[in-house]
Ligand binder design. Sequence first.
Ligand code: HDE
Length: 704
Amino acid sequence: MARRPKTTGLEEVTYGDQPLRRGQGGETHQIAEDGYDVLTTQQGIPVADDQNSLKQGARGPTLLEDAHFREKIFHFDHERIPERVVHARGYGAHGFFETYKSLSKLTRADIFQREGEQTPVFVRFSTVAGSKGSFDLARDVRGFAVKFYTREGNWDLVGNNIPVFFIQDAIKFPDIIHSVKPEPDKAFPQAQSAHDNFWDFISLTPESMHMIMWVMSDRAIPRSFRFMQGFGVHTFRLVDGKGASNFVKFIWKPKLGMQSVLWNEAVKINGADPDFHRRDLWSAIQTGNFPEWELCLQVFDQDFADSFDFDVLDPTKLIPEELLPAQPVGRLVLDRMPENFFAETEQVAFMTQNVPPGIEFSNDPLLQGRNFSYLDTQLKRLGSPNFAQLPINAPKCPFHHLQQDGHMAIQNPRGRANYEPNSWGPDIGGPRESREQGFETFPQEPEGPKVRLRPESFGDHYSQARQFFISQSLIEQRHIGDALVFELSKCEFPAIRERMVGHLRNIDADLAQTVADGLGLKTLPPAAPPNQKPRTDLPPSDLLSILKNPPASFAGRKIGVLVTDGTDAKLLAGLEDAAAAEGASVELIAPTVSGVTLSDGTMKLAHHKIDGGPSVLFDAVAVIPSEEGILALLKLPPARDFVSDAYAHYKFIAFASPATKLFAKVGIPEDLDDGFMAMDTPTAADDFVALCRNLRFWDRPDGA
Ligand code: HDE
């Protein structure tokens, strides 16, 4: 019988006389006569019939003897593991970190010793509140967890896209998370903070106010993982080869710049493409547009810490970059998707306590609590103390320890020595500790008596919340107000809404008034009694705003082009070329997915049928139908939504003249604003892409 041609990447080997094929994971497969791999049981027994279970007679009962059937169903029954208790929905990728120059004066961490050195990494981005099957565009914090496989062991920098946190002490973590998760009696709402329990807890927890400003801002609805910053949040320590130490905060900055969606877009994206962020990362990496971030360090000493307005151990505070610039020290590039989601992204176990020599913890009480939680939760989730043996979790440097046995042990110590000290000598006696190479803890002096106390230096809860708010552009401030009104309007208990407005009065009087008006409150509730008088003298920090720090180009963004039969072929080609020259891409939306015949007779496949490619999925749009094509579009409600949404979302809109009929139909004023560009000059496509660098035309009066 003819052999099926060899599948690329699968190498043929032999086992005795038997022809075998090596699979992508290195495993071997038996090959059948017809060239296909032979299906086997877990025990390697070839299967003859995988369509029918073994029965007593064709219509009879299934027999217990059918080991293949039982094994198959048994394994299926156990496919799921517990999802992460927080950050359940996530998406990961492999890549590398490249050190710009040696930081040996600051830290002995091996990863920072040699200029140009590349260290493999695995990164997982996530939302926090929703379960594994929830949608990507929830208003939520995003996890930004990086595992560096360094030459002196794994370093996990388990950060978020927001530089501060809700609470100051890890003992409150279960409470904040319970409050945001679906309410326990109703089991809803899913992946939403807009409900009573969350706002009840928040309004009773003034330390959360700074974080609340961030979560209500555009930072909580990023355009994609590729356009968001990441933060280690806590203060860490760097320790050099002589044992001297500095403090450090870690910041990731995306090379493509920051970008967020509008709330009205977010709710529509969640329906149109709940996997919007995953798909974005997947397609960027698969098309060779590898996303990149710079790792920046804010390094400071004890004197700076002592002179800073707030306690550097308080995770509800940040250090403005205007006060302490963040220095780039290396770049992170994501260039490879996992081969299997479960094996890698689901089973990866990040742990804050994974720090190599040269990087250490501070006494931040949130960080100290996390150092317990992450190890504990991995055992629950992955089910065995041997989870570090999974390839995604194992160090890539040599490792040798005397831990053994337990469920699924596959790398037990070899030989006789499984204890230490022993007298078997270096060849067979196993590993010993090394004073020269080993991890030495920084000898920090103790603080005082054992107490359950919040330090007074953690007591100012409003000043940095205000600083964040006043650092935003007016548009961003409006979004924060709108988000608060939206969320609090979902609370059924007036007392919770009012209590929140009471806190806002300590942050910004106008914001409090806007939210009170938006909630329809007749009078302003009393201001919450602050622990310490909120400061109004902190200057704005422009670097905290997304809009004040626009990207340098439109690279990495997408233009959605609405086409019909007869669309001008040259015009479309011009747009495609201009986008490609900028590093952006174009997707075609047409009445059917089979595409259109352009003016020159060429066929073009569409990426989306019109109702599957709404304009919320794109950063800018072009509407370039033909004279005949527009007549069909006018009758299609999704075509009308395409332009009215693009208009309301302040998008730049390129158009061919027939499109004006569609604009008129949805009520766009005839005198088109400067966010529109007619594609009727030779340079129009290039001009349009240059205009798109501004991302949105905010001057449109009737935007969302
Ligand atoms: Fe986490 N967090 N966390 N967290 N966290 C987890 O560990 C926890 C906190 C963060 O992609 C859990 O493996 C406590 C801050 C990320 O796999 C758990 C406290 C920051 C991820 C846990 C915090 C984070 C987690 C659940 C308060 C930003 C996803 C599953 C003291 C600096 C990692 C898991 C991934 C995951 C505990 C607060 C970031 C339960 C107790 C602050 C990015 O261990």
